[in-house]
Unconditional design. Sequence first.
Length: 449
Amino acid sequence: MSEILTMIKDRDPEQREFHQAVTEVLASIQPVLDRNPEYRQAAVLERIVEPERVLMFRVPWMDDQDQVQVNRGFRVEMNSAIGPYKGGLRFHPSVNLGIIKFLAFEQVFKNSLTTLAMGGGKGGSDFNPKGKSDNEVMRFCQSFMAELQRHIGPNTDVPAGDIGVGAREIGFLFGMYKKLRNEFTGVLTGKSINWGGSLIRPEATGYGTVFFAAEMLATRAESLEGKTCLVSGSGNVAQFTTEKILQLGGKVVTLSDSSGYIFDEAGIDQDKLAWVMKHKNYRRGRIKDYVEKFPDAVYTSVAADLDYNPLWNHKADCAFPSATQNEINAKDGQNLVDNGIYVVAEGANMPSVPEAVDIFLESKILYGPGKAANAGGVAVSGLEMAQNSMRLNWPANEVEDRLKHIMKSIHSTCVDAAAEYGQPGNYVAGANIAGFVKVVNAMLDQGLV
Ligand code: NDP
Ligand code: 2IT
């Protein structure tokens, strides 16, 4: 096992997030390898940590001042053992190959857990959509797709949104794909509803994360009713996490962005949330503006070099990290547990550093790791692909029922796998083991490819 880690670190020493994601999965699957010596013989670990294909390309575009800008585009096609590559695109200045590889690696196991036929991939760019005009975003998306289009397709690789890529970007990307390939097909998910999108896809990641938290609580005969919740982020996942918590009778007291967070002791109700959605999604504003509109709330700016995030230092019952990777450090993890939080459901991908995960596991709180808890987004993307293939649209209640059913099934799969391998209640072990076994068995069935 340690040889694999040494190998990936020697090969790509700068890819820290990828090393982190691989380390966590490998730590969980030792008992599986012990029971299945054929996995080692077939070198499945060496194969699963190496992407099937990595694409990296130049994205030149013209800004509004007629200056040429050049960004870097990525698509990591990680594993296609159980279906076409599937996973989002992230546009954020921090994007590099290591981050895309960690996200693609996580996606393989997440997609495996959804019960749907989807392999794993991820892509994106170091392009920063913040502060750009709609025309600049369109020109960037068109240039990005001018290259990506030759590598993807509805049965090959189906991208979607992630940080910085929402309905606007998916629209521009789809338009360019259609023009270049002369085909109207389900090559992207997260499309708008009137041209091939699925109802509930925008809501799916947040709703699914809350359904997963509700399933975890149900193992202790509890529900979200009356629970106080901390939510980070204020984008797609945070917004619909908040909406579903409210619908299930809980109270949300925080939201954030990369500059700081708001604390609203009275709770962010549906009206306040509607304002947040409009402010973030259309005015593309900042969360600090919330306190001008709702003066009883408090805004705290969070310096990037502060050694903890005060958002995680409030008394509450549940936490829903929904911003980005490694947003909960060891001190934050300890603060959460010390403040009485006993449910952590990760809407973001890998938001907790390994030391924080250890604290959650040792404290025996209900901890749902991202690859299980946030799988509802990609699951409804899978349902969007199914609807596109059939050329029909399911009503919202049907999609939401299917999402609920899938989250329930992911939860029970994690519980069963953890118990089978002697770690009852450990959702990290359960998710990694169940996700891994399905993919690896498919790889073995298909021979050395
Ligand atoms: P959005 O772009 O809609 O929102 C991202 C939010 O996170 C913003 O509030 C943003 O603040 C904040 N954020 C982003 N980067 C950082 C950073 N480096 N430090 C602090 N805050 C940051 O993205 P999503 O809501 O779609 O994604 C959020 C998380 O959920 C990501 O980890 C993503 O991978 C994961 N996820 C998303 C899915 C989806 O369907 N969209 C599915 C599964 C997981 P700011 O505006 O200041 O940058
Ligand atoms: O991390 C994720 O699962 C996503 N960003 C969603 C991927 C998808 O294909 O819907």
